[in-house]
Design a binder for this molecule. Structure first.
Ligand SMILES: NC(=O)c1ccc[n+]([C@@H]2O[C@H](COP(=O)([O-])OP(=O)(O)OC[C@H]3O[C@@H](n4cnc5c(N)ncnc54)[C@H](OP(=O)(O)O)[C@@H]3O)[C@@H](O)[C@H]2O)c1
Length: 343
């Protein structure tokens, strides 16, 4: 698997397997299959609720006489929002390590730039049912992340869902620079300026939801579906490739690493076959032109994703629907299991 050198001096495979919403009884098989066909990078997070089963897969695949050595695999996990207090960071990291049955993580990310109340609940609520936030400065959290590196628990540290200003604040007060920024990125959300900012600071960008996250719980019936986007479909036909392969290739040609999720063996294989064809300059430009600032993952708007209920303003649809199409406010499908809504 092709790799990129991080500013921490460790190599990271440019393509990994996502595991959000990979359920019980699915994720272990998916990972073992991914390893068997050449994946060497797994993206995890404590909030996905499946690190223990991922640990079973890692235990089965890694070690003497088992085919893979620990150092051949790159494993990422993420610090959840209710563990931002500096005294909570090491415990949270150790908990992920225990579940994953690992001695160290290759990469540990601050999952989101804001913190939740820390009282044991992953999604703490106020008495009125609103999300209960905390006021921990993420620079304090970052210092605790740096300590994980000195303690040998983590090789590289990074950020997720941070914007350019927040990255700059971290850099200004850090002794270890973020190695990676993980954010949503696909042709509807090109992240061009953020990518340039990362590259200026030698931070590798990783694209999550590269296929448009079609299985997330708060999907709307009339949202644009990336996998059906006509321009991508037509480019895929031209290359005799799948739409997913074109979406992933577009990222890789922009020097963006990516972590498509699948539990389906044929798709896990398909998503890895993206190193033997090339999109032309014109095709790259055509895909770049699809950018409309559209986010599929927007979990912290009260009343929308984590809050359930009705969508507030139609703003998302206004941004995302093709020009000339009327935006509507819709009732969202409630997620049957809000505890899995961690993205
Ligand atoms: N840092 C963050 O805040 C954050 C947020 C979101 C996601 N992530 C990470 O990024 C990963 C990927 O993002 P995501 O899970 O939101 O969405 P995604 O990778 O864009 O899409 C995953 C969905 O696409 C389907 N799929 C996979 N390959 C396909 C193919 N070749 N053709 C058609 N459909 C295909 C999967 O189905 P099957 O599984 O049924 O095959 C699954 O339903 C996550 O799993 C997670 O690890 C991080």
């Amino acid at each position: 698997m092709k790799t990129v050198l991080l500013n921490s001096n460790y190599e990271m495979p440019v393509l990994g397997l996502g595991t959000w919403q990979s359920g019980a009884g699915q994720v272990k098989t998916a990972i073992l299959h991914a390893f068997s066909i050449g994946y060497r990078h797994i993206d995890c997070a404590s909030i996905y609720g499946n690190e223990a089963e991922i640990g079973e897969a890692l235990q089965e695949a890694l070690g003497q006489g088992k085919g893979l050595k620990r150092e051949e695999i790159f494993v990422t996990s993420k610090l959840w929002n209710c563990n931002h207090h500096s005294e909570d960071v090491e415990d949270a990291c150790r908990k992920s390590l225990t579940q994953l049955k690992l001695d160290y993580l290759d990469l540990y990310l601050i999952h989101w730039p804001y913190s939740f109340g820390h009282g044991g609940e992953d999604f703490p609520r106020t008495e009125t049912g609103k999300m209960q936030y905390d006021v921990v400065d993420y620079r304090e959290t970052w210092r605790a992340m740096e300590n994980l590196v000195s303690a040998g628990l983590v090789r590289s540290i990074g950020l997720s869902n941070f914007n350019a200003r927040q990255i700059d604040e971290i850099i200004a007060s850090s002794t270890i620079r973020p190695a990676v920024l993980q954010v949503e990125c696909h042709p509807y959300l090109g992240q061009t300026r953020l990518l340039a900012h990362c590259q200026e600071h030698h931070i590798v960008m990783t694209a999550y939801s590269p296929l448009g996250s079609p299985n997330r719980g708060w999907k709307m019936d009339n949202e644009p579906v990336l996998l059906l986007e006509p321009k991508v479909v037509s480019i895929a036909h031209r290359h005799s490739r799948s739409v997913a392969q074109v979406l992933l290739r577009w990222l890789l040609q922009r020097d963006i690493t990516t972590i498509p999720k699948s539990i389906t063996p044929s798709r896990i294989e398909e998503n890895a076959k993206v190193f033997d064809f090339e999109l032309s300059k014109d095709e790259m430009a055509e895909l770049n032109s699809l950018d409309r600032g559209c986010r599929y993952i927007e979990p912290l708007i009260e009343g929308k994703c984590w809050g359930g209920g009705t969508y507030r303003s139609g703003e998302w649809q206004l941004l995302c629907l093709p020009q000339g199409t009327a935006a509507t406010t819709k009732t969202l499908k409630p997620n049957p299991n809000p505890a899995t809504e961690g993205s």
